[in-house]
Design a protein around this ligand. Structure first.
Ligand code: FRU
Length: 502
């Protein structure tokens, strides 16, 4: 068996996920659907595959599935790095950057000023605009447009607020070290007025980064809108390192009021388990949503990596994939409002490579059972289980007969686990090998799982999409087995469907 090493050309390149051709990427930036095209900009080092020279890379897609990489959109220079931010379509040319015939796209990004700049040490918000649909960009001569003199003020997400309070641009950004989301208002994207701030609240390890704020209809009822504030934090996630949390509440055009802030148990070591997380896995960070998606859909994507080991993962020549794009909705439950996330429906029409593997109901006896004919490297696995006497049961994917990535349910503990300790290469960083868990509840007496497996990742959607775990893995290309297992007793598989992509 040939081991896949970091020097294998294009090792681990995903089939379903976006990754840059040959360079580093981190946070998604400037996500927008415009003139029939999805634009994905991202933190990019155009000159290497570790973090540095921060610029906005660029890719586009007609369908969220296939992406085309374009030249760097906004490049760093000797004065500033181009940190994270967002893009709006300024359809009424409020900024004046447009012409009589063409309304501009306006990028709002963080200028991270360098030594040579008169603003050295400051992070402030700046503008660039595009009159060709997002391919070439001109920096605004009056940058920065919003500075607080702070060295940790970044990641502006701008959207058009239309509500009882009026119609204007709203920016949410962070004071990263203060665990504060700060809200500003503008008529023209150039001059900004402070509205309010939110935080610290719930998880406050590390720094707060990359916030987002958007309304969602509870259970699809347009008469019942709630606002969701998402905040990424690093470190301090529920399984270590980078992760994103969310708050549900109201935004009146000035102030965000959270209905999901937990004030009890601040000394409780398990308190992270009481907060709401966009994803419980180790590799779902800087999640942010697209603007102007048709049909009121809220689509999110995240950087699939973790700052703990981001620069060390053994991919080459590129480094870091994006997550799959997710459709996000809001559900009222007995426990409160919960985000429900599904992989965007566009993925269900990706043509399968070989016929699907299907299995009917049956008992899973104690032990590990290799599924003949189910092997694959790029798969969507849909499974429904019923507990029996087993302490833990589930799936092993990207296996090599003895080892693999274990995705299991522990019904007595009410937890789902993703164990990547034997997933393949793990020794490139001491914190990588891990067993990560999230709370989970059955639906009736059964547990549903949808798992997207790719060349270097698993993304697990459980409990109807209320619980997700995204994890990088680095298996040998020959590790393709799929198994069912039960430990300490038996369990039942109700249905199993595997779509094979490659
Ligand atoms: C989050 C982050 C942002 C910053 C960017 C720099 O991963 O630290 O806060 O804008 O990355 O690349």
């Amino acid at each position: 068996m040939t081991a896949v090493t970091a020097t294998t050309p294009d090792a681990f390149r995903p089939a379903l996920h976006y990754a840059a051709r040959s360079t580093w990427l981190n946070d998604p930036n400037g996500l927008i659907f415009h003139e029939g095209v999805y634009h994905l900009y991202y933190q990019n080092n155009p000159e290497g595959n570790v973090w540095g020279n921060m610029s906005w890379g660029h890719a586009t897609s007609p369908d969220l599935v296939t992406w085309t990489e374009h030249p760097v959109a906004i490049a760093c220079d000797e004065l500033e790095d181009i940190f994270s931010g967002s893009i709006v379509f300024d359809r009424h040319n409020t900024s004046g950057f447009g012409t009589e015939f063409k309304a501009p796209l306006v990028a709002v990004y963080t200028s991270a000023y360098k030594q040579a700049s008169e603003h050295h040490g400051v992070q402030a918000q700046s503008l660039a605009y595009s009159l060709d649909g997002g391919y070439t960009w001109t920096k605004h001569a009056g940058n920065p447009v919003l500075s607080r003199g702070s060295s940790e003020f970044r990641d502006p997400k701008v959207f058009r607020y239309e509500g009882d309070a009026g119609s204007y641009w709203v920016m949410v950004a962070v004071e990263a070290q203060d665990f504060e989301a700060v809200f500003y208002k503008s008529e023209d994207l150039k001059s900004w007025e402070l509205l309010s701030s939110f935080g610290p609240a719930n998880a406050t390890g590390g720094v707060w980064e990359c916030p987002d704020l958007f309304p969602l209809a509870v259970d699809g009822d347009p008469g019942n809108l709630k606002w969701v504030l998402t905040v990424n934090l690093n470190p301090g996630g529920p399984n270590g390192g980078s992760a994103g949390q969310y708050f549900v509440g109201d935004f009146d055009g000035t102030t965000f009021t959270s209905a999901t802030t937990v004030t009890k148990g601040l000394q409780d070591p398990d308190r992270l388990g009481h907060y709401q997380w966009l994803d419980w896995g180790r590799d779902y960070y800087a999640a942010v949503s697209f603007s102007d998606v048709p049909d009121g859909r809220r689509l999110m994507i995240a950087w699939m990596n973790n700052w703990q080991y981001a620069n060390n993962i053994p991919t080459t020549p590129w480094r870091s994939p994006m997550s799959l794009v997710r459709d996000v909705s809001l559900k009222g439950t007995d426990g409160g409002w919960r985000l429900v996330q599904q992989v965007a429906r566009e993925f269900t029409s990706v043509p399968a490579g070989t016929p699907p593997f299907m299995a009917g109901a049956g008992e899973i006896s104690e032990g590990t059972h290799l599924l003949d004919g189910a092997a694959g490297s790029v798969q969507r696995i849909e499974a429904t289980f019923m507990p029996g006497t087993a302490e833990e049961f589930g799936l092993i994917v990207r296996g090599n007969g003895t080892h693999g990535t274990r995705i299991g349910i522990r019904p007595a503990e009410g937890r789902i686990v993703v164990d990547r300790r034997e997933s393949g290469q793990t020794d490139f960083h001491e914190t990588f090998a891990s067993i990560d868990t999230a709370p989970i509840e059955p639906a009736g007496n059964s547990y549903d799982l949808t798992v997207y497996v790719d060349q270097c990742s698993v993304e697990v959607f459980a409990q109807g999409g209320q619980v997700t775990l995204s994890e990088l893995i680095f298996p040998a290309s020959t590790s393709t087995d799929v198994s069912l297992y039960a430990a300490g007793g038996t369990a039942t598989i109700n249905s199993l469907n595997i779509t094979q992509y490659a």
